[in-house]
Every structure is written in structure tokens, then in C-alpha cells.
Design a protein around this ligand. Structure first.
Ligand code: PLP
Length: 369
């Protein structure tokens, strides 16, 4: 039986066009920092990739820094731009939460903004939390467990009114929904290629011109002297191609995925009326459906679904190995039982209607006593 992959928020399948670009790039080996022809050829290729990414995100190429992925970008933004007091939210990815916790150990003050039952942060709560000491606000653009999209434009403008830098972890948003950096008005923005049908281990941080941020990695003078280490040329080229293709097809893909999401929700309600959905319908990524069914053992259900050919998740991929309750579901007011046993289905560009039908059929059979 063909496997059905419904865990696209954890990672996506690499696009064949992206793989082609990368295979070609792997057959050339120049170091972009070398002055000879091989090196300069590699340098030209990564600068073209930088331009293409900047065009997709609406910023200047000199504001894009390549990193090893979303985790590094978040660590860099948070650890190297924060001083005194930092504000973040209770539903951030561990890459942000563990970074601010480390800062707390070094004496920085941290405020964790609450969210409402749909996962939304109120601009009012940010306004109230800002102090003259606040150096950085870090709020994710879209949540990886429930899909809620935060009002980043409004939040960043409040932070700026207080002279505070604003970082957004846009790892789940970039490539999936429109991300226009000028419109968002942020100073720092993290993204990662494997969430938009590109390779793993490559990502980037947008740093607005003039933003004061020290380096996370020290060494050579790569990345405008800000991020040391020989660049991952095939990864960078693959990421640029993946983003270009995702953005050019975004409208069509969002419409298709939204249709599959609506179908999934309808079928779930029809077959299992007690189903309870988490998240915000009006401001959400198109493909994430997080739900709980009373009495369902999340971990056992995931294992049974896997055996029957369905790959889905109990929440964030990073925490799916332990049975800890989800900090995101807890923050939106879910009970411990719900926060431990909910499932996350994340639909991607390669999913088909038939897969949704068979998923709901198999889930209801698995849950039948
Ligand atoms: N931030 C969010 C919201 C994510 O969903 C992820 C990945 O799951 C990351 C950061 C980490 O990105 P990466 O896997 O590229 O390190």
C-alpha cells in the first residue's frame, strides 16, 4: 500500500526541480570564499540565490543571511539581539523558548505573552508588557502545532513605537502563505527551506539594514562578516529554487490545500461528531488541522495510523518522541488530557482528496472499540 504523508508541518517532500538544481550544484565544488574561478562561480550562484530569495520576501539581498535552518536563525535572532528585557509568547517553537530560557539564566528578564483560546496574541498585552528596558520582541508568524497566524504587522508597529526590535519566527509561514517583509515591518525574520519543499539543514535570517545584532557563529568573514562558516552552496541554491516555485504557485496551492482541509474537517465531523478542533479558523495556515476526540489515546492512535500507512503527528515533530503535553495546547486552555492526546494533520501540496477520505475511514476504524 502507498504511504499517505500528512505531516507537512514537520517537513515536506523535496521537489524534483529542487533536487535537479542541487544535484548540479553538488557536482561543482568551489568554495564561495576562494578567489579562483571555481570559487567565484560558486559565489555568483549564491548571490543570485540571495537575490531571488530577497525578491520573494520583498527585501534587499544584503539583508538575507544564510544559516543552517530555522533553529539557528531563531537562536541567532534571540541570543544576539536581546539585552535587558525580552518579550516572547507562550506558544513559540522550542528554538525560541529554549533560547530565551538560556538568556534568563544569564540574568535577562523575560515576559511570556499569553494567547487566547484560538492561539492569538492580543496587541494590548504586548503594549502593556513593554518597558523602557525591552530590547526585543519575538513572536512567531504562524504556529507549527495549531496553525494560528499572529497579527505581526500590528505587533511589530507597537514594538517600534517603543523603540524595540521585532523578530518573527516565520518558519511555518514562508513559502506557504504570502510573506512580505516590508508589509510586516519586522527587523528580524527566520525561515527554513525544508518547510517549503526544499532541502533540510538550510535556512536564513532576514536582518533589516542597520539592525544591531552580534554574530552567533564566529570564524571566517562569510555572510557579510556576520555568520561564519563555508556556505552550503547546494542547499542555498535548492532553497532559492524551492521558494521561487512555492511563491509562484502559492495562490493555487493555498486554494487546493484549503479545499482538502475543509474536506478533512467535514468528514471528521460527519464520522466522529464529538471531534474538537484547536486553532483559529479565520487566521490560520491552510494545511494544519489539530484535533482531539474524547477518549482517544494520541500516542497509540499515531502508532496504529503509522502501521496502516498514515504519517501524522501528535504535535511538533521535535517533541513527538516523548509523551509530554503540548505547551501550545496548554496555552490555549486545552485540558491536560487534550494537550497530551490531540493529533495534528498537516496537509501539503502533494496530498490528494482520496488520501483524506481514506485517512478519516482508517481513523474511525482505529478508534472503534
Ligand atoms: N520554528 C518553527 C515554527 C518550526 O516549525 C521549526 C521546525 O519545526 C523550527 C523553527 C526549526 O526549524 P529547523 O527544523 O529548520 O531547524
Amino acid at each position: 500500500m502507498e504511504r499517505v504523508y500528512l505531516d507537512n508541518a514537520a517537513t515536506t517532500k523535496i521537489r524534483p526541480e529542487v533536487l535537479d538544481v542541487m544535484v548540479r550544484a553538488y557536482s561543482e565544488f568551489g568554495n564561495p570564499s576562494s578567489v579562483h574561478r571555481e570559487g567565484q562561480h560558486a559565489k555568483k550562484a549564491i548571490e543570485e540565490a540571495r537575490e531571488s530569495i530577497a525578491l520573494s520576501l520583498n527585501c534587499d539581498p544584503a539583508e538575507i543571511y544564510f544559516t543552517s535552518g530555522g533553529t539557528e536563525s531563531d537562536n541567532w535572532a534571540v541570543k544576539c539581539a536581546a539585552k535587558g528585557h525580552v518579550i516572547t509568547s507562550k506558544i513559540e517553537h522550542p528554538a525560541v523558548l529554549r533560547s530565551v530560557e538560556m538568556l534568563e539564566k544569564h540574568g535577562l528578564k523575560v515576559t511570556y505573552l499569553p494567547v487566547d483560546k484560538n492561539g492569538l496574541i492580543s496587541p494590548d498585552s504586548l503594549e502593556k508588557a513593554l518597558t523602557p528596558d525591552t530590547s526585543l520582541v519575538s513572536v512567531m508568524m504562524a504556529n507549527n502545532e495549531i496553525g494560528t497566524i499572529e497579527p505581526i504587522r500590528e505587533l511589530s508597529s507597537i514594538a517600534h513605537d517603543h523603540g524595540t526590535l521585532f523578530h518573527t519566527d516565520a518558519v511555518q509561514a514562508v513559502g506557504t502563505v504570502p510573506v512580505d517583509i516590508q508589509k510586516l515591518g519586522v527587523d528580524l525574520l527566520s525561515f527554513s527551506a525544508h518547510k517549503f519543499y526544499g532541502p533540510k539543514g538550510i535556512g536564513g535570517l532576514y536582518v533589516k539594514k542597520g539592525t544591531e545584532i552580534s554574530s552567533l557563529l564566529n570564524g571566517g568573514s562569510q555572510e557579510f562578516n556576520k555568520r561564519a562558516g563555508t556556505q552550503n552552496v547546494p542547499g542555498i541554491l535548492g532553497m532559492a529554487e524551492a521558494l521561487r516555485l512555492s511563491v509562484s504557485e502559492q495562490e493555487k496551492t493555498v486554494a487546493r490545500i484549503s479545499e482538502l482541509r475543509d474536506l478533512l474537517k467535514k468528514e471528521l465531523v460527519d464520522k466522529i461528531p464529538a471531534v474538537l478542533f484547536h486553532g483559529d479558523e479565520s487566521s490560520s495556515l491552510p494545511g494544519i488541522v489539530n484535533f482531539y476526540i474524547p477518549g482517544m489515546d494520541g500516542e497509540k492512535t499515531l502508532l496504529l495510523l503509522d502501521v496502516k500507512g498514515f504519517a501524522c503527528s501528535g504535535g511538533a515533530a521535535c517533541s513527538s518522541k516523548d509523551s509530554a503535553v503540548s505547551h501550545v495546547l496548554s496555552a490555549i486552555g486545552a485540558t491536560k488530557e487534550e494537550a497530551k492526546n490531540s493529533l495534528r494533520i498537516s496537509i501539503g501540496a502533494y496530498n490528494e482528496k482520496e488520501e483524506i477520505h481514506s485517512f478519516v475511514d482508517v481513523l474511525s476504524s482505529v478508534l472503534r472499540p
